[in-house]
Design a protein around this ligand. Structure first.
Ligand code: MG
Length: 387
């Protein structure tokens, strides 16, 4: 029986994870559920899963949780900033499914590794912002990072989880749908609306990732993630536009053999693979029908349409906390776009401007990462005001 924590339990990854855990009570015991503001939704989940503890990081979440779950009984409640970290240290779960979005997820990643838990990681920022620290900590504690991002879950499966698989790999190819604007003439990009961008052609995801899929900043982050997960240098991590989103990644080995991992675009597949690792758990998901996908296409991404990809390469060249700067600028830019304050192409332009002025330093601790995050956000906001 694996003792599992689900972080960001009310979000997209969290609810899909709990869907999969439901009915698998013989294999998994949910010990911790966390949420930020969604106290009411969390109360419902607590009734279904009966965890030992909950963590709520926002006072509004605590208030609505208490209101909707008056029968606390023996349930432990961790609250406030740092509640998730505290709960993880106290409960030491076997496996942490980490579906918190954004920079707020980095602290919980470090706490999970520190607690000796295996980490099913969907929070990209942990690797984008603190890849070196995260990898070092995972090795020190001898725990596994099981990628939940579909492309990385694909590479991980092709490598059969081997830790030194990188020496057998010539290149990996991460696939990208191209996002909602992939066929729009470039001259129309400045006038697209948030509604247009949020209509993703194949995947159903949160707003930040969906915008990041149209800019390809999401794929830029995935290059950084792959670098830290699989210990590969930038030129050995390639990106392909693959409109059908069926092949999630290809791994080309040094002997020229290529393995690919395929499946319908459904996050429950990589989540279930991580939950079951190293076993395979049978699922009720609809069987794959290859005939429906008789044509799979691959295209090289146009660097002019997707300038974000070059920024990932730039981050790997600059090193240090440059990934933190890139992520901070993208969060600020994406929010500004969704609020109608800047046109779509300015999201990536802002990230480029922040990176250009960034003086990289190698962070020695989580605090230094978060400090770099704060400074880069300030810088991004300052540039936005100047525009
Ligand atoms: Mg992905």
């Amino acid at each position: 029986m694996k003792r599992v924590a689900v972080l960001g339990a009310t979000g997209s990854i969290g609810t899909q994870t709990l869907d999969l855990l439901e009915g698998r009570g013989d294999l998994f015991h949910v010990v911790l559920l966390s949420a930020h503001r969604s106290g009411k939704a969390l109360a419902g989940l607590v009734r279904s899963f009966r965890p030992e503890a909950v963590a709520l990081t926002h006072p509004e979440g605590v208030r609505s949780f208490r209101e909707n779950f008056p029968e606390m009984g023996s349930l432990r409640l961790f609250q406030g900033q740092g509640a998730v970290e505290e709960a993880l240290r106290s409960l030491e779960p076997d496996l942490v499914v980490h579906g918190i979005t954004g920079a707020a997820g980095v602290g919980p990643t470090m706490a999970a590794l520190e607690a000796g838990s295996d980490l099913a990681l969907a929070n990209k920022e942990s690797l984008v912002m603190a890849g070196a620290l995260v990898r070092e900590k995972a090795l020190e504690k001898g725990v596994r990072i099981l990628p939940v991002d579909s492309e990385h879950a694909a590479v991980f499966q092709c490598l059969k989880g081997e830790r030194d698989g990188a020496r057998k790999v010539r290149r990996i190819f991460l696939t990208a749908s191209g996002g909602a604007l992939r066929d729009l003439p470039p001259e129309q990009l400045p006038s697209v609306t948030p509604e247009q961008v949020l209509r993703h052609p194949t995947w159903n995801m949160g707003p930040r990732v969906t915008v990041g899929s149209a800019t390809m900043m999401n794929k830029a982050f995935e290059i950084l993630e792959a670098h830290w997960l699989f210990d590969l240098p930038s030129p050995r991590i390639q990106v392909l536009i693959h409109r059908q989103s069926i092949v999630h990644a290809l791994v080309e080995f040094v002997d020229g053999s290529i393995l690919a991992q395929m499946g319908v675009p459904d996050m429950r597949v990589p989540i279930l693979a991580a939950l079951g690792w190293p076993e395979r758990l049978p699922s009720e998901l609809a069987p794959f029908d290859p005939v429906r996908f008789s044509m799979l296409t691959f295209e090289a991404p146009d660097p002019e349409r997707y300038p974000a990809l070059a920024l990932a390469r730039q981050v790997l060249e600059m090193g240090g906390d440059s990934g933190t700067a890139l992520n901070a600028a993208d969060e600020v830019g994406t929010e500004a776009f969704l609020e109608g304050r800047i046109p779509f192409p300015k999201i990536v332009a802002l990230a480029r401007a922040v990176l250009e002025g960034h003086r990289p330093k190698s962070p020695a601790s989580l605090e230094e990462v978060l400090e770099a995050d704060r400074k880069s956000r300030e810088e991004a906001r300052r540039i936005l005001e100047e525009w």
